[in-house]
Every structure is written in C-alpha cells, then in structure tokens.
Write a protein that binds this ligand. Structure first.
Ligand code: A3P
Length: 290
C-alpha cells in the first residue's frame, strides 16, 4: 500500500499526521497539569502560528531578537513547540516556566485544567486565504499529500478532509469555550492592519510590562519582510525529508485577499454558500480583502 500521511483517529475523531503525532499521546494531553504561567496559541493551520511564535518569544525576551536568532535554533518551533507533537510531552512536564506552546488541536483535546489556570490565544484568519495558503503548504510539506489540483483541494477543505478537522468546526469549537478559559481572541487580519496594537494587547494579556521601545522592537522583528529573511521563521534549516524547499517559501505572501487570485467565480459562490450555512450564527465577521 502507498504511504498514507494522514491517520484518522476514531478515538479522537481527529485526523493526525503519521510520524508526527501519536493518538495515544494526544489523548493524554487532557490530563496534563497546568501552571498559571502556561500559554497556548491555538490556530487552524495557516492562520499565523509562526507569527505568534515570533511575537510571543520576542515579548518574552523584551524585544531582544538575539533570543530567537541563535544559530543553534533550527526553527521557531524549537523553542515554542507543538503541544501535540511526539516527544514534546515529557519535555512539557519538566519544562521551566513559562511553558509556551502552539497547537492545532480542538479545545476538547486540551488540558482540562485550562478552565482553572493558564492562558490561551486563539488567532482566526479568513478561511478563503487559509485555503490558499494551505494549498501551497501542501506542495512543500512532505508529510502532507501533494494536492491533485486546486479544485480537488478546495473540495477537501470544505469537507474538512485534511489534517485536523474542518476550519468551520475548529473556530466554532474554540469560540464556544472562549469564556470558559482565560482566552484572547483576535484575527490575522487585525495583525496585518495594526500589528502594534495587537502586540500591545498580547503584552497586556501576558502581564508583560514592556517599555515603548521594547514593544517597538517586537513589532520591528515580526513584520513579514523581516521574518521572510529569517531561516528560523521559514523552516529553512529543516531537512528536505520534511520540506521541499524548491516548491516554495514558508513565508509566502502574508497578505489579505490572495484568494481572489485563485478562486473562480463559481468556487467563490460555492464557498460563500457553505460559509453562510456553517457560520450563520457566528458573531465575528471577517475581513476578506483590503
Ligand atoms: P501565506 O501563505 O498566505 O503567505 P502558519 O504559521 O499558521 O502556518 O501560517 C502561515 C501563514 O502566515 C503564511 O500565509 C505566512 O506568510 C503568514 N505569515 C507569517 N508571518 C507573517 C507576518 N509577519 N506577516 C504576514 N503574514 C505572515
């Protein structure tokens, strides 16, 4: 049989990546103890995960970029890993505070103790741009299946037939627990439009008292232009076994509205129909273009 990169776990009702995730480990996450200082960034893939890693690590280092540009650091995920990845569980238990982690999991798999302690930042991105970004990511990430063509991928996205779950289920599930956890919720588009104020909100949420100059340094080192030139923000040093670096850059475009260059009129209508049906009672509106 051909290599199947995705692994559907009936136990979790969630699709994992073979070799990267272990369903038993993911199932254990719920029982982990949480500290007041723990911070989780939850995103659907391609919604700015690496951007948040960059910002949080810089906020923690009070804007000192050398903290994340150390040549021994392969990628941002080295210092702010995925909660659900194999091998990070033991590291999590023994890690010094503050433990900062990213995750693509849905809230029902997260530590139950998060209702009492710890902090969560959820970043949402308009799903048309997520779809386009995810399409290109599938071309470079070897652990994911190379898309047959754009339309095939488009349909898979709408069905939620990709790593994780459907975009619609992910955001609705996280939004519904917003008040049960200490959670900051904002959008990728807000970050594009006013990075400075998002950095301020994040610093405040984390209880970090940064001077104006320190905050300005965080912003300066988290722009698309800066991050595009940083190997750690592009998985540049990650092996060819995981990423096909010829097929594109991780920091690809970083804009709002690139979907307009990819969707046909018919695809856009179909997307809007599904969106309206799935999101009809959802109180947050998205910015689709600028
Ligand atoms: P595009 O493919 O649309 O360019 P993730 O880290 O969740 O996989 O998200 C990756 C997406 O976030 C990519 O989107 C990437 O370019 C974008 N991104 C990351 N850092 C950014 C920044 N500083 N400014 C704008 N976009 C950024």
């Amino acid at each position: 049989t051909p290599w199947q990169p995705l692994l559907f776990s009936p136990l979790l009702g969630f699709t994992l990546i073979r070799g990267t995730h272990d369903p038993d480990d993911v199932d254990q996450i719920k029982h982990l103890e949480i500290r007041d200082s723990d911070v989780f960034v939850a995103t659907y893939p391609k919604s700015g995960t690496i951007w948040l890693q960059q910002i949080l690590l810089l906020v923690e280092a009070k804007g000192d970029v050398t903290a994340i540009r150390n040549p021994t650091i392969v990628s941002n995920a080295d210092i702010m890993p995925w909660m659900e990845s194999i091998g990070t569980r033991e590291m999590f238990i023994t890690a010094p505070s503050p433990r900062m982690r990213v995750t693509h999991l849905q809230p029902q798999f997260m530590p139950l103790a998060l209702s009492q302690r710890g902090k969560v930042i959820y970043v949402a991105r308009n799903p048309k741009d997520v779809l386009v970004s995810y399409f290109y990511f599938h071309k470079m990430a070897k652990m994911l299946e190379t898309p047959k063509d754009f339309n095939d991928f488009f349909e898979k996205f709408l069905r939620g037939d990709l790593f994780g779950c459907s975009w619609f289920d992910h955001i609705k599930a996280w939004y519904s627990v917003k008040d049960e956890m200490n959670m900051l919720f904002f959008t990728f588009e807000e970050m594009i439009q006013d990075l400075k104020s998002v950095v301020q909100r994040i610093s405040l949420f984390l209880g970090k008292d940064l001077t104006n100059e320190e905050q300005a340094n965080v912003v300066k080192h988290s722009t698309f232009k800066k991050m595009k030139d940083i190997p750690q923000a592009n998985y540049k040093q990650v092996s060819e076994e995981m990423f096909n670096h010829q097929n594109g850059m991780f920091m690809r475009k970083g804009t709002i509205g690139d979907w307009k260059n990819h969707f046909t009129v018919a695809q856009n209508e179909r997307f809007d129909q599904v969106f309206q049906k799935e999101m009809k009672d959802f109180p947050v509106s998205f910015i689709w273009d600028i």
